[in-house]
Design a protein around this ligand. Structure first.
Ligand SMILES: [Zn+2]
Length: 415
């Protein structure tokens, strides 16, 4: 428990700076994780991964008339549909029934203060670009903090989400001077997966994976510690590796801390393309510790059919943890799409925990460390049970493919 707390503290510290792929904080984290795997006797490496992402390189500004608004509270970028850029122009407020000519939009900063029914944001952005608008502001509810994303699309103009109450306020100011600076860099940067291999004497390779990247601190005061997402999963996998390094496993144990998850699962895709050993099965962990007890975990699949997920289900239910047939949009989906037996574990955040995701509220203090500790116990048990299944079977290369298919049924039969 002591080491685990230390890990989560480091991962969420100002030194790690929110672990955005391609930043100093992420490199520091990668070296920390590699040193830990080295000390456990893993054969480790930093695997190069090119990660495309949309990264804010300084603080965005939005000024209407003489009033300056606050980033992340009053407004925020919309990376998937936006370009970066500086715009100075005139505000044009557009309501549903307004009769406007297409030339009215030219070079304007267009504000949509109220979303009409069946509003399609992507289509609206396209239309604004076609009409020659300089930028687009869209009302986006009343969150405590606007969620941060780093997913990069190919947007042509700056697009901002604006707090609804502020958008309403601005409807009185159509025609006002507006200045908008969105220092959004869209670039591919060299990053690293952290990979460690502990060799057994069979061809079976079990990969334990968790993404260590997050969204990065803003350049002003807003920190994004990414405690639940996914310092928690990284710490769980690392602690599990510590426990398993003491065992003599008969198969290869591959531990991979993946980068670039937040902007498109890039680290997982790279590991699949260039594994240090052919991967037989994967257990991915994304998000644990949102609640004070480990009452339920998702399996990473919407329905039965994956042998490893069914295997995981049997172990969870033995411990009275509800196994949820829910798929994640996390790294597990990259392995599943390649047909690799995959258990995509994580706690499904609900209610308050859900609104904390991708905001500065996802902190060390909000994590339940005891729950993470329980996660380690579950994970160790799953891996040891896989070991038992393999020990009862032939472990030659020919047996591997059938073993993968049979991984679920023998253990359920033996209970
Ligand atoms: Zn995330």
């Amino acid at each position: 428990m002591h080491r685990l707390i230390h890990d989560v503290k480091f991962l969420t510290s100002p030194q790690a700076a929110g672990r955005l792929a391609g930043t100093e904080g992420a490199y520091r984290t990668a070296h920390y994780l590699k040193a830990e795997l080295d000390s456990l006797g893993f054969d480790s490496m930093l695997q190069p991964v090119d990660v495309p992402a949309a990264r804010l390189i300084s603080t965005p500004r939005l000024i209407v008339g003489t009033q300056a608004f606050s980033p992340r509270h009053d407004f925020a970028e919309l990376t998937a549909l936006s370009a970066g850029g500086y715009v100075k122009g005139q505000l044009l407020v557009v309501r549903e029934d307004d009769l406007l000519r297409s030339e009215d939009f030219k070079s304007k900063v267009v504000l949509i203060p109220k979303r009409p029914q069946r509003f399609n944001l992507a289509e609206t952005v396209n239309t604004a670009v076609e009409l020659g608008a300089a930028a687009l502001l869209v009302e986006h509810g009343e969150p405590q903090w606007f969620h941060k994303t780093v997913y990069s699309g190919n947007g042509k103009i700056p697009v901002l989400r604006v707090r609804t109450s502020i958008a309403e306020e601005l409807t009185q100011q159509s025609g006002a001077q507006i200045e908008l600076d969105l220092p959004l860099e869209r670039a591919t940067r060299p990053c690293n997966n952290v990979i460690g291999l502990l060799r057994g004497d069979s061809d079976f390779t079990l990969a334990l994976t968790a993404h260590y990247d997050h969204l990065g601190d803003d350049s002003d005061d807003a920190r994004f510690p990414g405690a639940f997402d996914n310092a928690s999963g990284v710490a769980t996998i690392l602690q599990t590796a510590r426990e398993l390094a003491k065992e003599k496993l008969s198969f290869n144990l591959l531990v991979a801390f993946l980068t670039g998850e937040e902007s498109g699962l890039w680290g997982a895709k790279q590991l699949i393309a260039h594994p240090p050993a052919p991967i037989s099965a994967v257990i991915n962990l994304d998000g644990i510790g949102s609640e004070s007890k480990l009452n339920a975990m998702r399996l990473g699949h919407r329905q039965r059919g994956d042998p490893l997920a069914e295997f995981g289900e049997s172990i969870l239910s033995k411990r009275s943890i509800q196994a949820q047939w829910i798929s994640g949009s996390d790294d597990s989906s990259a392995f599943i799409s390649k047909g690799i037996p995959t258990l995509g574990l994580g706690q499904q955040p609900t209610g308050q925990a859900r609104s904390v995701m991708h905001t500065p509220l996802d902190t060390f203090e909000s994590l339940h460390l005891e729950t993470i500790h329980q996660g380690v116990e579950v994970l160790v048990e799953i891996v040891k049970s896989i070991q038992n299944v393999i020990a009862r079977r032939r472990t030659s290369a020919e047996a591997i493919s059938t073993l993968t298919q049979e991984i679920a049924s023998p253990l359920r039969g033996s209970q």
